[in-house]
Design a protein around this ligand. Structure first.
Ligand SMILES: NC(=O)c1ccc[n+]([C@@H]2O[C@H](COP(=O)([O-])OP(=O)(O)OC[C@H]3O[C@@H](n4cnc5c(N)ncnc54)[C@H](OP(=O)(O)O)[C@@H]3O)[C@@H](O)[C@H]2O)c1
Length: 330
């Protein structure tokens, strides 16, 4: 079978398509014949040894995927061969077949095509865990989403609306703002795409305040960098600042701000949450699938690449040019 492997640390150009033996599922595991792989920013990081997890090389990136169960290991009664599933194992997806624990797979409704299923779990799972479990989102909350047309950002916009929040989407281009609006954002802000000087940072806070004069209750920050402090300055009393990711860099924040605003800065680590609270994770995924079936959330797959061009798909995220999700189809 084919696998797009990372034989050494480096960017997408270091990936190599190779023939490898088919993996055999062990006890409690299943093998999935992969039909589509959702690309996420962690794929950019993991091949450069910049992610929280460092798999042994050579490994195939690709944290989440959809396909059909192709073989089941001993003791697996949850799935049968031929069943359509989506799943996530952190890496390994950019290959014809992947083995993972059965409890990391979920049955796909008939109405869900493989490319949408492959672009579902990590973005919606992260944003749901952030907003609901960590952000205690309530109906009527004012929610600011940074990077609102990216993978986790657009999922946060849709879920924010599903949880009946007022959603303010902040993005770097007019095209991204339009997409966030189409997906339900009540208001949009376009921030500069380069580093922010102090006047631009103040202007960003002022724009948020213009839309939410009493401040925002939740900031969903999957961007970091220079955008974090002006967003924190726009928070309402007792707000929750959700730390999700740092494609623009890891920010340093003045700690007098959470004191003055009586707000919390809350870490979100979905990959660890699913290990710490597997029953809650299963219930969360069931809720997400119901929301999908009700038409409340739907991955926006904007580009598709074949496996041999999987490196280009990863590069698209690195160059900040993706709207919604890119997917590799096999
Ligand atoms: N905490 C968790 O559990 C968890 C889980 C999954 C992902 N993440 C993290 O969440 C972040 C977003 O992941 P994603 O898959 O949604 O990525 P994505 O689709 O590429 O979206 C990232 C967004 O960040 C913004 N951005 C700002 N500066 C950027 C830069 N220098 N390079 C690239 N993008 C930049 C872009 O929006 P604008 O152009 O509009 O600014 C872009 O749409 C990543 O840091 C990822 O590691 C965290």
């Amino acid at each position: 079978m084919r696998a797009l492997l990372s034989p050494q640390s480096g960017d997408h150009t270091t990936l190599q398509l190779r023939d490898v033996p088919e993996p055999i599922p062990g006890p409690g595991e299943v093998r999935v014949e992969v039909e589509a792989v959702g690309i996420n920013y962690p794929d950019v990081l993991i091949i450069q040894d910049l992610y929280q997890f460092r798999p042994q090389r050579p490994f195939a990136p690709g944290a989440e995927f959809a396909g059909r169960i192709d073989a089941v290991g001993e003791g697996v009664d949850r799935f049968r061969v031929g069943q359509r599933v989506l799943g996530g194992s952190g890496w390994g997806g950019l290959a014809d077949k992947v083995v993972l624990p059965a409890d990391r797979c979920f049955a796909i409704p008939d109405s869900m095509p493989a490319d949408e299923a492959a672009a579902f779990l990590m973005t919606y799972g992260t944003s749901q865990h952030a907003l609901k479990d960590r952000g205690r989102i309530q109906s009527g909350d004012r929610l600011l989403v940074l990077g609102a047309a990216g993978g986790v950002g657009l999922a946060a916009v849709e879920l924010g609306k599903a949880y009946k929040a007022q959603v303010i989407a902040a993005v770097s281009t007019a095209e991204k703002a339009e997409v966030a609006r189409e997906r339900g954002a009540d208001a949009t802000i376009i921030y500069p795409s380069g580093p922010l000087d102090s006047a631009e940072a103040k202007a960003f806070t002022a724009e948020i305040r213009k839309i939410a004069p009493d401040g925002v209750n939740i900031v969903y920050d999957g961007v970091g960098g220079d955008y974090a402090e002006p967003a924190l300055r726009s928070m309402a009393w007792d707000g929750r600042y959700l730390v999700v990711g740092f494609p623009a860099g890891i920010p340093r924040l003045p700690l007098n701000l959470p004191l003055l605003k009586g707000c919390s800065i809350v870490g979100v680590f979905w990959g660890a949450f699913i290990n710490h609270a597997s029953a809650q994770h299963e219930a969360n995924v069931a809720e997400l699938i119901s929301l999908y079936e009700a038409g409340r959330i739907k991955p926006l797959v904007s580009e598709r690449f074949p496996l041999e061009r999987g490196g280009e798909a990863i590069a698209r995220l690195q160059t900040r040019s993706v709207i919604g999700k890119v997917v590799v189809t096999l």
